[in-house]
Design a protein around this ligand. Sequence first.
Ligand code: DC
Length: 226
Amino acid sequence: MIIAIDGPSGAGKSTLGKMLAKKLDLLYLDTGAMYRAVALAVGKANVPFRDVDRVADIAETAQIDLVGEPDAMKVMLDGADVSMDIRTLDAAQAASVVSTIPAVRRIMVEHQRAIGESSPTGCVLEGRDIGSVVFPNADIKFFLTATPAARARRRFMEDQAKGRISTYDQTLAEINERDERDVSREDSPLTIAEDAIVIDTSELDLSEVFAQMLERINDRQAAAAR
Ligand code: DC
């Protein structure tokens, strides 16, 4: 079973994707983490993003592995644990820039398909183009969204809990900037696949969204078994 979860940053994709993967015993793939790792590798190599050929080379040769259980997943870049390094505000912005490069997307999409198909039970993939590009034939597609204010509020609270220094206004500005880039890029922009189930999580708590998603998956499985 392939479950696609797309949506803008801060809509709850990671948390819910991990919960679903655990509950349904599926592999979990955070595709954003892969773009973040590429951006980090490019930064480490001191290559400017405008040098797209060298950036694509790095995307091709960097060894990116996501290891461990969904809720304790480590992101490894060329053998080093970069799980923390990829979560900074700078890394998020850099990932959003690197993900506009078509050659990088092509390489990442290939990896993502191979990883998704390698799991004997199936995979929950979350990102921006899973239902539209990576797995257009996914068994079920969700598009999670929420107002920018609700997403910024969540992100800000997460940052506070992790001791990161930021303000709500900075977080909101960062979310708006990334939304704009993710939606307006030419290659595979963030879009709602026409057969996606859209859930606005602004006014819902996690358990409500989780219950809705599980119900839709169960309905889909029952219909497929008929
Ligand atoms: O989900 P995230 O915030 O970790 O993603 C980081 C950036 O990577 C995001 O701004 C857009 C990009 N991305 C993408 O273009 N396609 C994906 N499938 C996942 C992420």
